[in-house]
Design a protein around this ligand. Sequence first.
Ligand SMILES: Nc1nc2c(ncn2[C@@H]2O[C@H](COP(=O)(O)OP(=O)(O)O)[C@@H](O)[C@H]2O)c(=O)[nH]1
Ligand SMILES: [Mg+2]
Length: 219
Amino acid sequence: MNFFQKQKENPIESVKITILGNTNVGKTSIVKSYRGDYSGNEQNTIGAGYYATKIDNLLLEIWDISGDERYKVFSKIYYRNSHYCIIVFDIDMVSFNNAKNTCLQIERIDPNIIIILVCNKIDIYYKAVNNIKQENVLSLDSGKKSFIDQQYIDVMNRIDNDPFTHSYVYYKISAKEGINIKNLFKYIRLHHIESLQIVEDKQPIKIRNCENCSNCIII
Ligand SMILES: Nc1nc2c(ncn2[C@@H]2O[C@H](COP(=O)(O)OP(=O)(O)O)[C@@H](O)[C@H]2O)c(=O)[nH]1
Ligand SMILES: [Mg+2]
């Protein structure tokens, strides 16, 4: 019986996803953007937010964990039974380095959890690249502005070239502009369906259901 046949009998398969990362990197915005209600002024998450989204036969149960230091101690409780952890940083080395530590911690606690790295706010990087390009074309040098833009570009390059980002599935997204948000969750859905199918295929199949007969073939 394949995944889709099984789904007919047992229609809902739950996928538990936990989103972790520093405060302000855009965790809540990512979930809101995926659900089509990004507003740009999300309230600070207190403790954890829970969102359930059903797509076909999968129920995505998304836990949005506050990045506030006060709640970090509880984050393990949420991600312990997760299928997937999305670890978010933005174009900032502090949030990126913290994401590295979070990865190590999760792998120590449960190496079966699938980690996905996400760099949010990629729109800021695209804008910086564009600004610098325009300044070059117009031979302008607006001092402070181009310095900030160049900093974003340098940080993005450092993050992209870090071996850590090459060790995991890595998405560059923008909750604000909706860039790659759907692809991120689509990856999780397809990956989960595939892994269910693999588990299914590994199940021993009793061809004949008798206990003592030597003709029984068990694969
Ligand atoms: N430019 C930009 N700003 C974003 C993006 N995502 C979130 N923000 C802003 O970042 C701030 C923090 O977002 P929030 O979702 O509350 O972060 P959280 O603390 O990680 O949940 C808010 O002001 C958002 O409007 C993005 O993709 N691009
Ligand atoms: Mg939040």
